[in-house]
Design a protein around this ligand. Structure first.
Ligand code: YSA
Length: 348
Protein backbone atom coordinates (compact mmCIF):
# COMPACT_ATOMS: atom_id res chain seq x y z
CA UNK A 1 0.00 0.00 0.00
CA UNK A 2 2.72 2.60 0.82
CA UNK A 3 4.04 1.85 -2.63
CA UNK A 4 0.72 2.84 -4.30
CA UNK A 5 0.45 5.94 -2.13
CA UNK A 6 3.92 6.88 -3.24
CA UNK A 7 2.94 6.32 -6.88
CA UNK A 8 -0.11 8.60 -6.52
CA UNK A 9 2.03 11.32 -5.02
CA UNK A 10 4.73 11.03 -7.71
CA UNK A 11 2.12 10.98 -10.43
CA UNK A 12 0.59 14.17 -9.10
CA UNK A 13 3.98 15.94 -8.87
CA UNK A 14 5.05 15.01 -12.39
CA UNK A 15 1.60 15.84 -13.92
CA UNK A 16 1.55 19.33 -12.40
CA UNK A 17 5.18 20.03 -13.28
CA UNK A 18 4.71 19.02 -16.92
CA UNK A 19 1.48 20.95 -17.25
CA UNK A 20 3.14 24.09 -15.98
CA UNK A 21 5.67 24.02 -18.83
CA UNK A 22 3.08 23.64 -21.63
CA UNK A 23 2.40 26.46 -24.05
CA UNK A 24 0.70 24.77 -27.04
CA UNK A 25 -2.76 23.22 -27.41
CA UNK A 26 -1.18 20.16 -29.05
CA UNK A 27 1.11 19.53 -26.06
CA UNK A 28 -1.84 19.91 -23.73
CA UNK A 29 -3.79 17.23 -25.60
CA UNK A 30 -0.83 14.85 -25.27
CA UNK A 31 -0.72 15.60 -21.55
CA UNK A 32 -4.45 14.86 -21.23
CA UNK A 33 -4.06 11.49 -22.96
CA UNK A 34 -0.97 10.67 -20.86
CA UNK A 35 -2.51 11.52 -17.47
CA UNK A 36 -6.26 11.22 -17.87
CA UNK A 37 -6.81 9.06 -20.99
CA UNK A 38 -8.07 5.45 -21.06
CA UNK A 39 -4.54 4.10 -21.15
CA UNK A 40 -3.08 6.65 -18.80
CA UNK A 41 -1.03 5.84 -15.72
CA UNK A 42 -3.84 7.00 -13.49
CA UNK A 43 -6.41 4.72 -15.17
CA UNK A 44 -4.00 1.81 -14.85
CA UNK A 45 -3.45 2.62 -11.23
CA UNK A 46 -7.19 2.68 -10.57
CA UNK A 47 -7.58 -0.69 -12.29
CA UNK A 48 -4.80 -2.22 -10.21
CA UNK A 49 -6.71 -1.39 -7.03
CA UNK A 50 -9.29 -4.10 -7.83
CA UNK A 51 -6.98 -6.82 -6.49
CA UNK A 52 -6.46 -5.15 -3.12
CA UNK A 53 -8.34 -5.99 0.10
CA UNK A 54 -11.50 -3.91 0.56
CA UNK A 55 -10.12 -1.53 3.25
CA UNK A 56 -7.04 -0.60 1.24
CA UNK A 57 -9.06 -0.41 -1.95
CA UNK A 58 -11.42 2.13 -0.38
CA UNK A 59 -8.63 4.35 0.92
CA UNK A 60 -6.47 4.28 -2.18
CA UNK A 61 -9.50 4.52 -4.47
CA UNK A 62 -10.50 7.71 -2.72
CA UNK A 63 -6.97 9.17 -3.01
CA UNK A 64 -6.81 8.28 -6.72
CA UNK A 65 -10.20 9.88 -7.39
CA UNK A 66 -9.17 13.06 -5.61
CA UNK A 67 -6.10 13.17 -7.86
CA UNK A 68 -8.24 12.52 -10.95
CA UNK A 69 -10.62 15.39 -10.04
CA UNK A 70 -7.66 17.68 -9.41
CA UNK A 71 -5.96 16.81 -12.72
CA UNK A 72 -9.23 17.35 -14.62
CA UNK A 73 -9.63 20.76 -13.02
CA UNK A 74 -6.07 21.92 -13.74
CA UNK A 75 -6.43 20.63 -17.29
CA UNK A 76 -9.57 22.72 -17.85
CA UNK A 77 -7.87 25.72 -16.38
CA UNK A 78 -4.83 25.39 -18.61
CA UNK A 79 -7.02 24.77 -21.65
CA UNK A 80 -8.88 28.02 -20.94
CA UNK A 81 -5.59 29.87 -20.41
CA UNK A 82 -4.13 28.69 -23.73
CA UNK A 83 -7.35 29.47 -25.58
CA UNK A 84 -7.41 33.00 -24.17
CA UNK A 85 -3.75 33.45 -25.09
CA UNK A 86 -4.56 32.51 -28.70
CA UNK A 87 -7.52 34.92 -28.82
CA UNK A 88 -5.49 37.75 -27.32
CA UNK A 89 -2.71 37.11 -29.85
CA UNK A 90 -5.28 37.16 -32.66
CA UNK A 91 -6.65 40.44 -31.31
CA UNK A 92 -10.04 38.87 -30.62
CA UNK A 93 -9.90 39.20 -26.88
CA UNK A 94 -8.59 41.64 -24.33
CA UNK A 95 -6.33 40.42 -21.56
CA UNK A 96 -7.86 42.09 -18.52
CA UNK A 97 -4.99 40.94 -16.33
CA UNK A 98 -2.46 43.17 -18.12
CA UNK A 99 -1.47 46.37 -16.32
CA UNK A 100 -3.30 49.43 -17.77
CA UNK A 101 -1.57 51.69 -20.28
CA UNK A 102 -0.72 55.04 -18.70
CA UNK A 103 -3.12 57.74 -19.94
CA UNK A 104 -1.23 60.99 -20.51
CA UNK A 105 -3.63 63.31 -18.70
CA UNK A 106 -2.67 66.98 -18.67
CA UNK A 107 -3.18 69.38 -15.81
CA UNK A 108 -4.19 72.98 -15.31
CA UNK A 109 -1.73 75.66 -16.39
CA UNK A 110 0.11 77.10 -13.34
CA UNK A 111 -1.59 80.48 -13.89
CA UNK A 112 -5.04 78.81 -13.88
CA UNK A 113 -4.07 76.89 -10.73
CA UNK A 114 -3.08 80.08 -8.93
CA UNK A 115 -6.15 81.90 -10.20
CA UNK A 116 -8.49 79.30 -8.76
CA UNK A 117 -6.51 79.14 -5.50
CA UNK A 118 -6.77 82.92 -5.08
CA UNK A 119 -10.45 82.91 -6.05
CA UNK A 120 -11.01 80.24 -3.37
CA UNK A 121 -9.27 82.34 -0.72
CA UNK A 122 -11.49 85.35 -1.49
CA UNK A 123 -14.60 83.16 -1.80
CA UNK A 124 -13.75 81.96 1.72
CA UNK A 125 -13.83 85.62 2.83
CA UNK A 126 -17.33 86.12 1.37
CA UNK A 127 -16.50 87.36 -2.15
CA UNK A 128 -18.47 86.12 -5.16
CA UNK A 129 -16.52 85.15 -8.31
CA UNK A 130 -17.76 86.84 -11.53
CA UNK A 131 -16.29 87.24 -15.02
CA UNK A 132 -16.43 90.06 -17.54
CA UNK A 133 -15.74 90.74 -21.25
CA UNK A 134 -12.16 90.88 -22.55
CA UNK A 135 -13.30 93.12 -25.41
CA UNK A 136 -14.53 96.28 -23.72
CA UNK A 137 -15.77 99.84 -24.37
CA UNK A 138 -13.34 102.65 -23.57
CA UNK A 139 -16.12 104.15 -21.49
CA UNK A 140 -15.95 101.27 -18.97
CA UNK A 141 -12.20 100.78 -19.25
CA UNK A 142 -11.37 104.49 -18.72
CA UNK A 143 -14.14 107.12 -18.47
CA UNK A 144 -16.32 105.43 -15.85
CA UNK A 145 -13.16 104.87 -13.81
CA UNK A 146 -12.46 108.58 -13.66
CA UNK A 147 -9.89 108.43 -16.48
CA UNK A 148 -11.09 111.00 -19.07
CA UNK A 149 -9.51 111.05 -22.57
CA UNK A 150 -6.99 113.77 -21.74
CA UNK A 151 -5.97 112.15 -18.44
CA UNK A 152 -2.22 111.38 -18.34
CA UNK A 153 -2.81 108.02 -16.63
CA UNK A 154 -4.14 106.66 -19.97
CA UNK A 155 -0.50 106.74 -21.07
CA UNK A 156 0.39 104.12 -18.44
CA UNK A 157 -1.94 101.67 -20.05
CA UNK A 158 -0.88 101.44 -23.67
CA UNK A 159 -3.98 100.09 -25.33
CA UNK A 160 -4.85 97.68 -28.12
CA UNK A 161 -7.70 99.47 -29.92
CA UNK A 162 -10.09 97.49 -32.11
CA UNK A 163 -10.69 98.64 -35.64
CA UNK A 164 -14.47 98.87 -35.31
CA UNK A 165 -17.00 101.69 -35.75
CA UNK A 166 -17.73 103.70 -32.56
CA UNK A 167 -20.89 102.87 -30.63
CA UNK A 168 -23.41 105.68 -31.19
CA UNK A 169 -24.78 107.89 -29.80
CA UNK A 170 -22.03 108.02 -27.14
CA UNK A 171 -19.15 107.45 -29.57
CA UNK A 172 -17.67 104.66 -27.40
CA UNK A 173 -14.69 102.89 -28.89
CA UNK A 174 -13.82 99.23 -28.58
CA UNK A 175 -10.56 97.94 -27.06
CA UNK A 176 -8.99 94.94 -25.37
CA UNK A 177 -9.43 95.71 -21.68
CA UNK A 178 -6.20 96.93 -20.10
CA UNK A 179 -7.29 95.83 -16.60
CA UNK A 180 -10.17 94.00 -14.90
CA UNK A 181 -11.37 97.22 -13.21
CA UNK A 182 -14.18 97.89 -15.77
CA UNK A 183 -16.06 95.03 -14.05
CA UNK A 184 -16.26 97.22 -10.93
CA UNK A 185 -18.51 99.59 -12.85
CA UNK A 186 -20.47 96.92 -14.69
CA UNK A 187 -21.22 95.17 -11.36
CA UNK A 188 -22.17 98.33 -9.46
CA UNK A 189 -24.53 99.32 -12.30
CA UNK A 190 -26.35 96.01 -11.92
CA UNK A 191 -26.19 95.09 -8.24
CA UNK A 192 -27.20 97.25 -5.29
CA UNK A 193 -24.83 97.24 -2.29
CA UNK A 194 -23.69 95.30 -0.36
CA UNK A 195 -21.31 94.06 -3.09
CA UNK A 196 -18.37 91.72 -2.65
CA UNK A 197 -16.88 90.33 -5.85
CA UNK A 198 -13.62 89.10 -7.34
CA UNK A 199 -13.13 89.11 -11.12
CA UNK A 200 -10.44 86.84 -12.58
CA UNK A 201 -9.51 87.32 -16.25
CA UNK A 202 -7.06 88.22 -19.00
CA UNK A 203 -5.97 91.78 -19.75
CA UNK A 204 -3.93 93.27 -22.61
CA UNK A 205 -1.41 96.06 -22.88
CA UNK A 206 0.55 97.30 -25.83
CA UNK A 207 3.92 97.17 -24.13
CA UNK A 208 7.34 95.58 -24.50
CA UNK A 209 7.90 92.31 -22.63
CA UNK A 210 10.69 91.71 -20.13
CA UNK A 211 11.30 89.47 -17.09
CA UNK A 212 8.28 90.94 -15.25
CA UNK A 213 6.09 92.39 -18.05
CA UNK A 214 3.85 90.78 -20.68
CA UNK A 215 1.51 92.20 -23.33
CA UNK A 216 -1.18 89.71 -22.25
CA UNK A 217 -1.39 88.83 -18.60
CA UNK A 218 -3.95 87.92 -15.94
CA UNK A 219 -5.48 89.94 -13.16
CA UNK A 220 -7.99 89.37 -10.43
CA UNK A 221 -10.04 92.38 -9.44
CA UNK A 222 -11.67 92.75 -6.04
CA UNK A 223 -14.50 95.07 -5.02
CA UNK A 224 -16.40 95.52 -1.76
CA UNK A 225 -19.08 98.20 -1.39
CA UNK A 226 -21.21 98.66 1.70
CA UNK A 227 -22.03 101.15 4.43
CA UNK A 228 -19.03 102.03 6.57
CA UNK A 229 -16.27 100.28 4.58
CA UNK A 230 -12.90 101.78 5.48
CA UNK A 231 -9.22 101.58 4.56
CA UNK A 232 -8.80 99.24 7.57
CA UNK A 233 -11.10 96.71 5.82
CA UNK A 234 -9.00 96.95 2.66
CA UNK A 235 -5.73 96.46 4.51
CA UNK A 236 -7.10 93.67 6.68
CA UNK A 237 -8.48 91.79 3.63
CA UNK A 238 -5.26 92.08 1.61
CA UNK A 239 -2.97 91.15 4.52
CA UNK A 240 -5.17 88.13 5.26
CA UNK A 241 -4.97 87.11 1.60
CA UNK A 242 -1.14 87.44 1.66
CA UNK A 243 -0.94 85.46 4.89
CA UNK A 244 -3.12 82.64 3.54
CA UNK A 245 -1.40 82.47 0.16
CA UNK A 246 2.28 83.19 0.92
CA UNK A 247 2.42 82.19 4.59
CA UNK A 248 2.93 84.26 7.71
CA UNK A 249 6.72 84.47 7.34
CA UNK A 250 6.71 86.53 4.08
CA UNK A 251 7.25 90.27 4.49
CA UNK A 252 4.53 92.49 2.96
CA UNK A 253 4.95 96.13 1.95
CA UNK A 254 1.87 98.36 1.80
CA UNK A 255 2.31 101.95 0.68
CA UNK A 256 0.53 104.77 -1.09
CA UNK A 257 0.09 104.86 -4.84
CA UNK A 258 -2.06 106.73 -7.33
CA UNK A 259 -4.93 105.41 -9.43
CA UNK A 260 -7.56 107.87 -10.71
CA UNK A 261 -10.40 105.57 -9.63
CA UNK A 262 -9.43 105.41 -5.93
CA UNK A 263 -8.85 107.90 -3.17
CA UNK A 264 -6.65 107.18 -1.30
CA UNK A 265 -4.70 104.68 -3.42
CA UNK A 266 -2.20 102.00 -2.38
CA UNK A 267 0.05 99.29 -3.73
CA UNK A 268 1.16 96.08 -2.12
CA UNK A 269 4.45 94.30 -2.67
CA UNK A 270 5.78 90.96 -1.36
CA UNK A 271 9.34 90.16 -0.39
CA UNK A 272 11.13 88.68 -3.43
CA UNK A 273 11.22 84.86 -3.31
CA UNK A 274 14.53 84.60 -5.17
CA UNK A 275 16.72 86.98 -3.13
CA UNK A 276 14.53 87.25 0.01
CA UNK A 277 14.87 91.00 0.01
CA UNK A 278 18.55 91.21 -0.91
CA UNK A 279 17.99 92.42 -4.49
CA UNK A 280 18.22 90.42 -7.75
CA UNK A 281 17.29 90.46 -11.46
CA UNK A 282 13.69 89.42 -10.77
CA UNK A 283 12.93 92.26 -8.35
CA UNK A 284 15.11 94.78 -10.19
CA UNK A 285 17.42 94.99 -7.16
CA UNK A 286 14.71 96.32 -4.81
CA UNK A 287 14.01 93.11 -2.87
CA UNK A 288 10.22 93.58 -3.44
CA UNK A 289 7.77 92.61 -6.15
CA UNK A 290 4.64 94.69 -6.57
CA UNK A 291 1.62 92.45 -6.92
CA UNK A 292 -1.38 94.74 -6.75
CA UNK A 293 -2.87 98.18 -6.87
CA UNK A 294 -5.72 99.08 -4.53
CA UNK A 295 -7.59 101.84 -2.75
CA UNK A 296 -10.90 103.25 -1.59
CA UNK A 297 -13.29 103.50 -4.53
CA UNK A 298 -13.41 107.15 -5.67
CA UNK A 299 -16.79 108.81 -4.89
CA UNK A 300 -17.04 109.86 -8.54
CA UNK A 301 -16.82 106.19 -9.63
CA UNK A 302 -19.55 105.22 -7.16
CA UNK A 303 -21.82 108.08 -8.29
CA UNK A 304 -21.28 107.35 -11.96
CA UNK A 305 -22.38 103.74 -11.34
CA UNK A 306 -25.52 104.99 -9.57
CA UNK A 307 -24.41 104.49 -5.95
CA UNK A 308 -24.88 107.24 -3.36
CA UNK A 309 -21.36 108.01 -2.12
CA UNK A 310 -22.66 109.80 0.96
CA UNK A 311 -24.20 106.52 2.16
CA UNK A 312 -21.86 103.89 0.76
CA UNK A 313 -18.11 103.49 0.50
CA UNK A 314 -15.97 100.71 -0.92
CA UNK A 315 -12.52 99.35 -1.50
CA UNK A 316 -11.07 97.73 -4.61
CA UNK A 317 -7.87 96.03 -5.67
CA UNK A 318 -6.32 94.51 -8.81
CA UNK A 319 -3.76 91.70 -8.47
CA UNK A 320 -1.33 90.74 -11.25
CA UNK A 321 -1.60 86.94 -11.26
CA UNK A 322 1.57 85.81 -13.07
CA UNK A 323 3.75 87.55 -10.52
CA UNK A 324 2.23 85.47 -7.73
CA UNK A 325 3.59 82.04 -8.77
CA UNK A 326 6.85 83.82 -9.64
CA UNK A 327 7.10 84.90 -6.03
CA UNK A 328 5.86 81.59 -4.73
CA UNK A 329 8.23 79.34 -6.67
CA UNK A 330 11.09 81.76 -7.34
CA UNK A 331 10.55 81.89 -11.14
CA UNK A 332 12.81 84.58 -12.55
CA UNK A 333 11.17 85.27 -15.94
CA UNK A 334 7.42 85.86 -16.48
CA UNK A 335 7.70 84.91 -20.19
CA UNK A 336 8.21 81.24 -19.24
CA UNK A 337 4.47 80.92 -18.49
CA UNK A 338 3.52 81.42 -22.13
CA UNK A 339 6.57 79.94 -23.86
CA UNK A 340 4.75 76.61 -24.34
CA UNK A 341 7.80 74.76 -22.96
CA UNK A 342 6.52 71.53 -21.39
CA UNK A 343 9.73 71.10 -19.38
CA UNK A 344 8.67 74.23 -17.50
CA UNK A 345 4.92 73.59 -17.36
CA UNK A 346 5.22 69.96 -16.18
CA UNK A 347 6.84 71.14 -12.96
CA UNK A 348 3.53 72.47 -11.59
C1 YSA B 1 -5.95 99.62 -8.62
C2 YSA B 1 -6.87 100.16 -7.76
C3 YSA B 1 -8.11 99.57 -7.66
O1 YSA B 1 -9.03 100.12 -6.84
C4 YSA B 1 -8.41 98.40 -8.36
C5 YSA B 1 -7.49 97.87 -9.24
C6 YSA B 1 -6.26 98.48 -9.36
C7 YSA B 1 -5.28 97.93 -10.30
C8 YSA B 1 -5.33 98.63 -11.63
N1 YSA B 1 -6.52 98.35 -12.37
C9 YSA B 1 -4.13 98.16 -12.44
O2 YSA B 1 -4.27 97.49 -13.45
N2 YSA B 1 -2.97 98.53 -11.90
S1 YSA B 1 -1.54 98.10 -12.51
O3 YSA B 1 -1.41 98.62 -13.82
O4 YSA B 1 -0.52 98.53 -11.57
O5 YSA B 1 -1.57 96.52 -12.56
C10 YSA B 1 -1.91 95.73 -11.42
C11 YSA B 1 -0.92 94.59 -11.28
O6 YSA B 1 -0.83 93.88 -12.51
C12 YSA B 1 0.51 95.05 -11.02
O7 YSA B 1 0.70 95.23 -9.64
C13 YSA B 1 1.32 93.92 -11.56
O8 YSA B 1 1.39 92.86 -10.61
C14 YSA B 1 0.51 93.42 -12.72
N3 YSA B 1 1.01 93.96 -13.99
C15 YSA B 1 0.94 95.21 -14.46
N4 YSA B 1 1.45 95.30 -15.69
C16 YSA B 1 1.86 94.04 -16.02
C17 YSA B 1 1.59 93.20 -14.93
N5 YSA B 1 1.89 91.88 -14.97
C18 YSA B 1 2.46 91.41 -16.08
N6 YSA B 1 2.76 92.17 -17.18
C19 YSA B 1 2.47 93.48 -17.19
N7 YSA B 1 2.72 94.19 -18.27
Amino acid sequence: MPDIKQQISELRASALKELDGLSQAKELEEWRIGYLGKKSRLTELLRSLASLPIEERRELGQASNVLKTELEAVFKNKEHQLRCGELVAAGEMMDVTLPGRPFPAGHLHPVSQVLSEISDIFAGMGFQVVEGPEVEWDSYNFDALNIPPEHPSRDNMATFWLDSPPKEPEGWRMLLRTHTSPMQVRTMEQVAPPVRIVVPGRVFRYEATDATHLAMFTQIEGLAVDRGISMADLKGTLFEFARRFFGADRAVRFRTDFFPFVEPGAEMAIECAVCRGGGCRLCGGSGWIEILGAGMVHPRVLERAGIDSTVYSGFAFGIGIERIPMLHYGIDDIRLFYSGDLRFLKQF
